[in-house]
Design a binder for this molecule. Structure first.
Ligand code: CS2
Length: 432
């Protein structure tokens, strides 16, 4: 039998739907939905059920629709059924516009991944909904970006404004806020084995099951246009500026993740960590001078905790999943800190090594999962491959290709990777 509100009693039942979520994948289900359900349960303010929209394919709607929005999240020994999702819409469903224009909806949470941050379907759907909301005079609303980009709210707000006409612009200024957030929870794509284990534990088939690490963190800029769940009751941190937290997490956690993906051929993160632990320590130390001031954050403890989280053997987090979309991930994870280090007269050696690892990956892997894949498939010796890839402006900008020192660091690293392989190269880097 399938998991549903009939077959499974005791799931949380929101009193109303107050949130629309764009991109209701595994991450959103194990992160924002869990925070939201806990906040509703803790306060009794249960108006914050989630209408989830999927942007890419009907998969999630097929998984969760027949389950009345229910799914399980397993973290370590703990397995819970989450009931915060009240509805799941397929791509292109016009109901999304109605939901965004409904007065009861006061928050839109967004996980459309890095490559969603350009003019395209997700932004179009959001703008259409906001236009309908303005026309219906349905009141203020907050759009909360939960993607791994610095200043994510500012970016999303800019994209929405670029797609708006002048009438909508005035309404946006008055009625809509786009706070920035830092989100964190490692949530690998679910595997058939994960679904089988959830079914065995629940005694019910759960096609929407997710496996996550126990850790979760959400830092949110307290700048809301209307109501919101009291997420701090679920452990979220409401702050005046999320920027320093975003930068810390992107450069230390996500930057290290990318290093694991491009400098090891192992299938899972925990295995790759076995080979690269010391290299990650060096990479994180290299990046640390670029991080801002963070009240009450012990960076040493934070870095140590990341290594522990990566070592979690239960997660089976595939390095290939992290390697995907590198052209969209590298700039904020590795290239921004490289720029800052270069400007300060330092050598970003470890960053250059990871960038070279990415170059080796995109130029040689049989299948490259990246929106720019076609342009990244270049051949030649290290100097030629590095030169051609550095010229991809969407990734490296105008400045880095012109920086002789950076070009040299990357070319040297790539030469070595091509000649000796990643393991020997990393050993050599560790020795100097
Ligand atoms: C990962 C992230 O796939 C990736 O690129 O680095 O999804 C990472 O697991 C999350 O940001 C953790 O919060």
């Amino acid at each position: 039998m399938r998991l549903s509100r009939t077959s499974y009693e005791g799931a949380f039942q929101p009193g109303a739907t107050g949130i629309v979520h764009l991109g209701i994948g595994a991450f959103a289900r194990a992160h924002q939905a869990v925070f939201t359900e806990e906040a509703m349960a803790a306060t009794g303010d249960d108006r914050w059920g989630i209408c989830g929209a999927t942007m890419r394919g009907p998969g999630v709607a097929d998984q969760l629709g027949p389950q009345d929005g229910l799914y399980s999240v397993r973290a370590g020994a703990d397995l819970r059924v989450v009931g915060a999702v009240t509805e799941v819409l397929r791509p292109g469903d016009d109901l999304l516009t109605d939901r965004l224009a409904a007065p009861g909806t006061q928050v839109v949470t967004v996980t459309i991944t890095e490559k969603g941050y350009r003019a395209g379907p997700a932004v179009d759907r959001l703008v259409r909904g906001l236009r309908a909301r303005a026309a219906a005079d349905a009141g203020p609303i907050t759009v909360l970006s939960c993607d791994n980009l610095p200043s994510n709210g500012v970016r999303l707000g800019t994209l929405v404004r670029e797609a708006a006409d002048s009438r909508l612009l005035g309404w946006l200024d008055e009625q809509v806020r786009f706070p920035c957030t830092m989100v964190d929870r490692i949530v690998p794509a679910s595997t058939p084995a994960d679904l089988a284990e959830a079914a065995a534990r629940l005694g019910l088939e759960d096609r929407g099951a997710v496996v996550a690490e126990p850790f979760r963190q959400w830092v949110i800029e307290d700048d809301f246009a209307a109501g919101r769940p009291v997420w701090e009751k679920a452990g979220a941190l409401l702050v005046a500026r999320a920027g320093p937290y975003e930068v810390m997490k992107l450069r230390l956690l996500n930057g290290s993740h990318s290093a694991l993906a491009y400098l090891s051929a192992r299938e899972h993160v925990a295995q790759a960590l076995g080979e690269l632990r010391e290299a990650l320590v060096r990479l994180m130390d290299e990046v640390t001078p670029t991080l801002g001031e963070l009240d009450g954050v012990d960076l040493g403890a934070y870095k140590a905790s990341l290594l522990e989280r990566f070592a979690n053997p239960e997660l089976r987090h595939r390095t290939a999943q992290i390697a995907a979309d590198g052209s969209q991930k590298l700039p904020q994870r590795l290239l921004d800190p490289a720029r800052e280090l270069l400007a300060a007269g330092r050598e970003p050696r470890w960053i250059a090594l990871v960038v070279a690892g990415w170059m080796a990956h995109v130029s040689t892997a049989a299948a490259v999962d990246d929106p720019l894949a076609g342009r990244l498939r270049v051949t030649g010796d290290a100097a030629r491959v590095a030169g051609l890839l550095l010229a991809v402006r969407e990734v490296f900008g105008e400045d880095l290709p012109e920086h002789a020192g950076f070009r040299e660091l990357v070319t040297e690293a790539l030469e070595r990777l091509m000649a000796e392989g990643a393991a020997a190269t990393v050993r050599a880097y560790l020795a100097t």
